[in-house]
Design a protein around this ligand. Sequence first.
Ligand SMILES: *[C@@H]1O[C@H](CO)[C@@H](O)[C@H](O)[C@H]1NC(C)=O
Ligand SMILES: *[C@@H]1O[C@H](CO)[C@@H](O)[C@H](O)[C@H]1NC(C)=O
Ligand SMILES: *[C@@H]1O[C@H](CO)[C@@H](O)[C@H](O)[C@H]1NC(C)=O
Ligand SMILES: *[C@@H]1O[C@H](CO)[C@@H](O)[C@H](O)[C@H]1NC(C)=O
Length: 478
Amino acid sequence: MLTKKHNKFLDGKHFHNLKSTVINYGHGSITLSLSLFILFCFSSLLFFGIWQQPPPPLRRMPLRPLSTTPSTNYGVAVVSTPPTECRAGVSVYIYDLPPEFNIGLLEDCQHLNRFANMCPYVANRGLGQPLPSLGPAWFATNQFTSEMLFHARLEGHPCRTHDPARADLFYVPFYGGLHMSSKSREPDPAVRDALAVRMVEHVVGLSPWWQRRRGRDHFITLGRTAWDFMRKSDGGLDIGANALLHMPAVKNMSVLVVERQPWTGKNQHGLPYPSYFHPNTSGEMLTWQEKMRRSKRPYLFSFIGKARKGGEAMAAIRNEMMRQCEASPRCELVNCAANESSCHDPAEVLRVMTRSEFCLQAPGDSFTRRSTFDSLLAGCIPVFSSRHTCYTQYAWFLPEDWRSYSVFIEADGLKLTKKIEDELMKITPERREKMRSEVIGLIPRVTYAHPNGTRLGFGDAVDVALEALGKHIVDKSI
Ligand SMILES: *[C@@H]1O[C@H](CO)[C@@H](O)[C@H](O)[C@H]1NC(C)=O
Ligand SMILES: *[C@@H]1O[C@H](CO)[C@@H](O)[C@H](O)[C@H]1NC(C)=O
Ligand SMILES: *[C@@H]1O[C@H](CO)[C@@H](O)[C@H](O)[C@H]1NC(C)=O
Ligand SMILES: *[C@@H]1O[C@H](CO)[C@@H](O)[C@H](O)[C@H]1NC(C)=O
């Protein structure tokens, strides 16, 4: 069913120029942009008018688990409760920020990223362009749009409240990742930081709800890695970062981010990268899961990517994975250097991943990869060489027992400690089936449902995040 028909869609001139950001398996995510800085002045009086009543004491709905499937905690729950009910058991208020902090940024979408025109990708609330040949739930979604998808989904979410007095959680809809990449070539750090500074002024300075818990019940979502928001003061390589995550107010919030700083990011929680599937019903989800269960997988493993130059460890491990794949008849290699378009084509990525049992997840410029989530979606068991690619990142979304859904082949300096094929061959078919079943059961939890879906019938990434925030912030009263 994953035909190549849609290639004519992606082969359009428009898309050829833009493909490098659809997945970015080949090269890095450090984006820098020379764009003019425009200072907007916003009247805070208008905003202030919202905040009238004093904050009441904490109250909250009882928690209810998202899933009722007995075999695994992560399957699709066929819900018996009314589908529009807030199952995460928390009510969330969305700050009404001036548009300069979120959708206003999209007006200059040509300059959001140095490497690509982001306009097609920020369309449809961050879903990107539809892929009709794959079905109505499929989109060419860019890796950096989690922050937009989260916002769009939360706006129509049954747990949303329009009354801050009734809220357990406060969501600050700041598109910090898109903004960061648009300012990363600014030499002046103050210019890079200015919008985040104003965001903090709005939220801390103007809202009595901040004072209630000094921001502990507030959260933001970021579609780029934490490193992009943790500018170093001691020199070193300038990746264009701003200082958002060093700001005292932001340290009091919970930050949901696609890659956390694994050692110091105490208030950072891993958020899935988006993949291409955005269903609006459990029927669509169940059909896809069933298809992945039945998918014929003639290859033991696969690798999609491009060799890196440079002698540092991440590049060396990546090149070694690629070399081992090339040397094995049991591995399907998609070399982005040989054919860029195959690497950036969602249907080609899915075709390869649905035909192999295991998918190698080499590190890129940072620990994490969007490809991890494409792999889960394709029912392909991921193989990691660093704990920080997944295990120390997505604790809210993936099982603590990483052996249940993945394989770990440790790297030692510039080398892998074991031969990949040998290690994978040691896994019995029964064990493999069990792992794949676990992977397929995880798909709903790492999926961003279509934001217009009001009767989902399954818990998606936003539901999981809200439930986890509820447990983390409200129950523990951190
Ligand atoms: C959601 O529905 C509205 C109203 O029907 C429509 O205008 C909008 O384009 C839809 N959003 C997406 C992302 O498809
Ligand atoms: C952050 O929390 C600490 C401890 O509760 C508090 O002293 C501080 O004022 C808070 N910062 C802001 C900006 O509210
Ligand atoms: C490159 O990949 C595209 C998309 O998968 C495919 O249509 C095309 O035939 C490939 N080109 C070559 C030279 O293999
Ligand atoms: C789900 O999406 C399909 C295709 O876009 C649309 O026809 C349908 O109305 C949507 N259903 C719901 C419940 O949102």
